[in-house]
Design a protein around this ligand. Structure first.
Ligand code: 3H9
Length: 695
């Protein structure tokens, strides 16, 4: 089927892009567009041309799936297409609805006139893929919006509604009516009135203080984007529209685009884009699996987690019934939800009407009976199997058939939990991360008996509430927390070997982690992992789990919450201060174990911690707990602060080379007997041949 349709309506040639899902500008579209333009130019009966897509997409930009393949270089390239339409002798009008992004917007900037639906989504988001607009966007958009507004859109990649740009020269009309009809009417008007063709390249940028403005912007952008080259190169490309003639500005833009296309940062971001979308596809679940209807949600537990979970559903207009054991706990939980919304209100992210609407969707109860009609219930109570048993038995007794019963457990066996009900096929794990209304990751834990439509519905629902879902099998800690345990164990080994908490944190923060493990531990609360370790030790008394962190907890140091953990904190401050008391605890512990401390370089610290993640990730893959290496990357990027520009631990390992990773792991194993088992390289890492992708 042709990806570009051509027909003529009342003397106006209509060229319609038809390349689902989002009219990516792949080779067939580019070629089809030029052929259609040539046809229209050669047809004496055609007086003007309208280019359009559909209500989902005018175009989502260059076809990302072509990147890195020969097709991306096949002629005509996008810049040629844009040149052909800009030079057309007949008026060309873009009729824009749905998304008009990246190369899609650049295409529209090459037309002589633009008519947009008010709801259309406009932007140049290339920067989010580590790129810059490479088909004239950095030269044309500033000529229409001015330097400042254009630079902001290009550097942030922000997507805005066409209605917000209605009074700018970007659009000739912004309409509420069907956009193609409006554009055809507009084209006829242009022909009737003999309106001269407007070529954006001919416009002048009138900004006398441009150099000074760019200088300030350059400093700010460089400071805010230490690990990403794209934002600064976006600025350099835009700067060309002030300092260079149009065609040279295009050449400069092209050179910078090519440079970014080959950068490891862009490779990583493009990997993440694909990984997040692939994670929602489950091999044995067809895309057209009928979903269960979720109109009302129940949440058990009004603590921080239950409150945060509730907000996700309230935010998208789904009523929530919150259940607690006491009225006081309910009042407290509802108070926190309201306060969170009030903070958003103060920051201008929410209107009073939206706040009222969301709070009106929230109801509370002390009785399970009131959950009878919910379609999804999520339990967020204490992590104890006995407590879960009580909750799930109670739910099983009252909830209507066909409802989904979910546990927010962060590590307990979902199959055991499902076994507390007579409907294990309806049970699933929905592991939210704290704060649950903010954090994007949602681990969806598939039990042995979880029904396919329960899983499909959970994934669809996750997307609806703005989460990044990743499906995990059952094991202690699922994907993320299990990897975190290995990461922490590696950090502990370094700590015991002689490094300080602050030096470990610094090395990992320089690598790009949002926070080193000790600062992170203090933020999360050391008592939480202590209680998990105690549970593990009780389950398996032979395992020696004693770690320095236990000593801190025994000394009453639980982290930021009580002003002392790995660091100390002054009242009301979150700034970590190195504490000699902690140094003494560590030194005593090393002495007890007969360890002579040594020094660690930053790169050894990073290698040990990151390769521990990679090794555990590979085991998780081998065991089938994660479906794909890229799923593991999504987990660690969106839930654990792994540096985005490195694409996740598994992507990073492949960039370093699995051979090199395995070699380093073997070196660590050789350094002590105790370490040998921990540092046994996963078979998958050893067996994946050079150059092959981890799957
Ligand atoms: C560029 O334009 C370079 C130029 O400046 C210079 C060139 C010389 N191509 O996100 P969704 C697929 S760089 C191909 O789930 P949503 C996506 O993979 C590009 N496919 O839906 C998914 O496939 P699947 C600049 C694309 O409604 C499906 O569409 N453009 C493209 O939540 C649905 O996607 C961008 O950076 C594409 N360009 O969001 C825009 N885009 O169903 C990137 C999407 O098989 N895209 N797909 O999983 C987006 O931001 C979002 O996908 C969009 C839709 C807002 C469009």
């Amino acid at each position: 089927m042709s990806q570009v349709l051509y027909d003529v309506v009342d003397g106006i040639a209509r060229i319609t892009l038809q390349n689902p899902p989002v009219n990516g500008l792949g080779f067939a579209v580019r070629k089809g567009l030029v052929e259609a333009l040539d046809q229209a130019e050669g047809d004496a009966a055609v007086s003007a041309i309208v280019i359009t897509g559909n209500d989902r997409a005018f175009s989502g930009g260059a076809d990302i799936t072509e990147f890195g393949t020969p097709r991306s270089g096949w002629h005509p390239g996008l810049r040629t297409v844009i040149e052909v339409l800009e030079q057309a002798s007949k008026p060309v009008v873009a009729a824009i609805d749905g998304v008009c992004l990246g190369g899609g917007l650049e295409l529209a900037l090459g037309t002589h006139f633009r008519v947009a639906a008010a709801q259309a989504k406009i932007g140049l988001p290339e920067v989010k893929l580590g790129l810059l607009p490479g088909a004239g966007g950095t030269q044309r958009l500033p000529r229409l919006l001015g330097l400042e507004a254009a630079l902001d859109l290009i550097v942030t990649g922000r997507i805005v509604k066409a209605s917000t740009l209605a009074n700018t020269p970007l659009f000739d009309r912004v309409v509420e009516t069907p956009v193609v009809e409006a554009a055809i009417e507009f084209a006829k008007e242009v022909v009737r009135q003999g309106t001269p063709l407007k070529r954006v390249r001919d416009l002048k940028i009138n900004q006398p203080d441009a150099e000074a403005f760019l200088q300030v912007a350059r400093r700010n952008i460089a400071a805010a984007n230490k690990n990403q080259p794209a934002p600064l190169l976006c600025l350099e490309a835009v700067a060309g529209c002030v300092s260079l003639p149009f065609d040279q500005g295009l050449v400069n833009e092209r050179e910078l685009f090519v440079k970014l296309m080959g950068s490891p940062e862009s490779l990583a971001l493009r990997h993440v884009f694909a990984a997040e979308r692939t994670a929602t596809k489950i091999p044995d679940i067809p895309a057209d699996t009928p979903l269960r209807d979720i109109r009302k949600v129940g949440v058990i537990g009004a603590g921080t987690m239950g409150g945060g979970i509730s907000m996700n559903y309230l935010n998208v207009g789904i009523p929530v019934v919150l259940l607690e054991l006491t009225q006081a706990a309910l009042d407290h939980g509802v108070g926190i939800i309201r306060r969170n919304y009030e903070i958003s209100l103060k920051r201008g992210r929410l209107t009073q009407a939206q706040l009222d609407e969301r709070m009106a969707l929230l109801s509370t109860t002390l009785s399970y009976e009131d959950l009878a009609d919910v379609d999804l219930v999520i339990e967020a109570v204490f992590e104890d199997m006995g407590v879960k048993e009580k909750v799930f038995k109670a739910l099983d007794a009252v909830i209507k058939p066909g409802a989904i019963l979910a546990s927010n457990t962060s590590g307990l066996d979902v199959d055991v939990i499902a076994g507390f009900t007579k409907r294990p096929e309806d049970v699933i794990g929905l592991h939210f991360f704290s704060p649950a209304n903010v954090m994007k990751l949602l681990e969806i834990v598939r039990g042995a008996k979880t029904a396919k439509d329960v899983l499909a519905t959970s994934i669809a629902m996750a997307k609806k509430i703005g989460k990044k879902p990743v499906v995990s099998g059952i094991c202690d800690g699922f994907i993320g927390n299990r990897m975190l345990m290995s990461y922490r164990a590696a950090a502990e080994e370094i700590l015991m070997g002689g490094a300080s908490p602050a030096s470990i944190d610094k090395a990992l923060e320089n690598f790009g982690f949002a926070m080193g493990p000790h600062r992170m531990g203090d933020l999360a609360g050391l008592d939480i992992s202590w209680s998990i370790r105690k549970r593990r030790q009780a389950e398996n008394p032979d395992v020696d789990l004693s770690v320095v962190a236990d000593r801190l907890c025994m000394a009453g140091r639980f982290g930021q919450k009580n002003g002392a953990g790995w660091y100390k904190y002054e009242a009301g401050s979150r700034t970590p201060i190195v504490d000699p008391v902690v140094e003494k605890i560590i030194e005593d512990y090393r002495a007890e174990k007969g360890i002579t401390p040594r020094t660690y370089t930053d790169s050894e610290i990073v290698e040990r911690c990151v390769y521990a993640l990679v090794n555990e990730g590979a085991r998780i893959l081998e065991e089938g707990i994660a479906l794909r290496a890229s799923d593991i990357d999504v987990v660690y990027l969106s839930g654990y602060g792994f540096p985005l520009h490195r694409g996740g631990p598994m992507h990073y390992a492949q960039q370093v080379g699995l051979f090199n990773v395995v070699r380093a792991i073997r070196r660590f194993a050789a350094q002590s007997d105790k370490a040998a088992e921990f540092w046994q390289p996963a078979a998958l890492l050893q067996n994946t041949e050079a150059g092959q992708a981890l799957k």
